[in-house]
Design a protein. Structure first.
Length: 239
């Protein structure tokens, strides 16, 4: 599904929430079959016309996501060897993945980026929610304008995520990419007239803990605002 969405990225055929501005502005990518040292490879997404050039690795599964870092960096290096020019930026797009967050944070490089994705389905429509967990957060302020939440949410302090239409409310004890404990994240839906916002509210894992699959499943809940809804429901404010 993720590959299909990015193959026709510029067509805006799938509703997208959040998404870094640089990613949203990209055209459809190429997928050139390329030859390395005795083998061939095909990148998931290659934006040869971007400045700088970008190669992307897409992983959306329960296993092997950390391998995406090696694949993206490999593709960037080989494509530069083949075509010449300046270094190519690698971007890894995965489900929320703390292994990859830690590896990217340790590398501390502007040549490899990490974007996390959630694929949500409502009434047979697919939504793609994208956000960069490493982006800096702005100065905490009041709730984003137009967000349809009740008065019990107004006491929260919201921080804008740099470079995308996303806001996060948390206790300000920890910093990206490892926010911990109770948190709320909300993004505007960029390209759908019916659905305006998507929100997640719940608890994030803390350092030194081990979570089961059931813990992850019950960690929080997603909310999507439908302008055509017959009634209005809002999630309870986190405590």
């Amino acid at each position: 599904m993720l590959q299909r969405i990015f193959d026709t990225w510029a067509s805006r055929g799938t509703a997208v929430a959040g998404a870094p501005e640089w990613l949203w502005a990209l055209p459809n990518p190429e997928r050139p079959l390329s030859k390395g040292f005795g083998y061939a490879f095909t990148p998931d997404a290659y934006w040869a016309q971007a400045q700088p050039r970008i190669v992307g690795e897409l992983k959306y599964g329960a296993k092997f996501e950390p391998v995406a870092i090696a694949e993206a960096v490999h593709h960037a290096h080989l494509l530069r060897r083949i075509h010449g020019g300046e270094p190519i930026v690698s971007v890894v797009i995965t489900q929320p993945n703390y292994w990859i967050r830690a590896a990217i944070a340790e590398l501390d490089s502007q040549k490899i980026l990490h974007v996390e994705a959630d694929l949500l389905t409502l009434d047979k429509q697919t939504f793609l929610w994208l956000s960069c967990p490493h982006s800096a957060l702005g100065t905490p302020s009041s709730m984003p304008g137009g967000l349809p939440l009740g008065h019990d949410w107004t006491s929260l302090r919201w921080s804008a995520v740099q470079g995308e239409p996303t806001w996060i409310a948390h206790d300000e004890t920890h910093k990206p990419p490892f926010l911990q404990g109770t948190a709320v994240m909300v993004s505007r839906v960029r390209n759908d007239r019916r659905y305006e916002w998507v929100l997640w509210t719940g608890k994030l894992p803390e350092l030194g803990t081990t979570w089961s699959l059931n813990d992850w499943a019950e960690a929080g809940s997603f909310w999507l605002w439908d302008v055509e809804a017959q009634g209005t429901r809002t999630p309870p404010a986190p405590r």
